[in-house]
Design a protein around this ligand. Structure first.
Ligand code: URA
Length: 243
């Protein structure tokens, strides 16, 4: 049986306004259920998969309720945190989504100057299952380097003994595959601060451009241009753990 929730609570949690404001929206006839105006904000609504088809606000399908997971092609120049200065990834979504409860969070972070696959979710359990060090989910990066590869990088990264500057615990083994003399694929299973850039710095190089194209078995979809996103399907979420 699906969960039922009061209309005003549902719409307030989806960011359409305070409970009082959404009561006003309903009273003004802006909310419809199966095409019929629904003025009673205390009505209970079933949270089934067909909710956005049945419930409209201002004539538009209601936003998807939690749990919601998004696949974003993070563009360059946006930050993953609400607190950092600069444009944030959250500005790529509809403004009311910033008021959703539970809130949307990025699953780990990419630097402002890193592009590529980023998951955004309001499902705290899912987030922790993906970023948990025990899960050791693979993340694949493509790095463009300032200098040609020396030749020993794959062995250094695979050894599981490399200690990054300022740290004491060695990195887990990582897999490097050269694409050309100044471009490499790197698969890591951790998510330390600026990890890929610091790994290449540790072998005397400098990352000029960095892009993530895979998390577990989920690859960045070809049809998502930088800045574009879509709702992840259950199969796509499962793929993260199948890689
Ligand atoms: N490693 C980095 O250095 N930056 C990222 O954004 C991700 C991994």
């Amino acid at each position: 049986m699906s969960a039922r929730v009061r209309l005003d609570r549902l719409l307030a949690n989806l960011g359409y306004g305070s409970r009082r404001e959404v009561q006003g929206l309903a009273a003004r006839g802006r909310v419809r259920w199966d095409g019929e105006v629904l003025r009673d904000a205390s009505a209970h609504i079933s949270l089934d998969a067909d909710l956005p088809r049945r419930l409209t606000v201002h004539g538009e399908p209601v936003d998807p309720p939690a749990p919601l997971t998004l696949i974003l092609h993070k563009p360059l120049g946006v930050v993953c945190s609400h607190k950092e200065a600069g444009r944030s990834v959250y500005e790529l979504f509809p403004p009311r989504w910033r008021a959703r409860d539970p809130a949307l969070s990025t699953v780990g972070r990419l630097d402002a100057e890193t592009s590529g696959l980023l998951l955004v979710t309001d499902d705290g359990q899912l987030l922790h299952r993906i970023i948990s060090p025990r899960a050791a989910i693979e993340k694949r990066y493509i790095a463009r380097l300032a200098r040609p590869l020396r030749g020993d990088e794959a062995a250094v990264f695979a050894a599981g003994t490399l200690v990054l500057e300022g740290e004491t615990t060695p990195l887990a083994p990582a897999r490097l595959t050269p694409r050309d003399p100044t471009t490499a694929e790197l698969i890591i299973t951790e998510g330390r601060y600026h990890q890929v850039r610091r790994m290449f710095a540790a072998v005397g190089n400098h990352v000029q451009a960095l892009h993530r194209d895979r998390i577990g078995g989920l690859t960045l979809p070809d049809d998502l241009a930088p800045g574009e996103w879509r709702i992840a399907t259950p199969a796509e979420i499962a793929a993260v753990f199948g890689g």
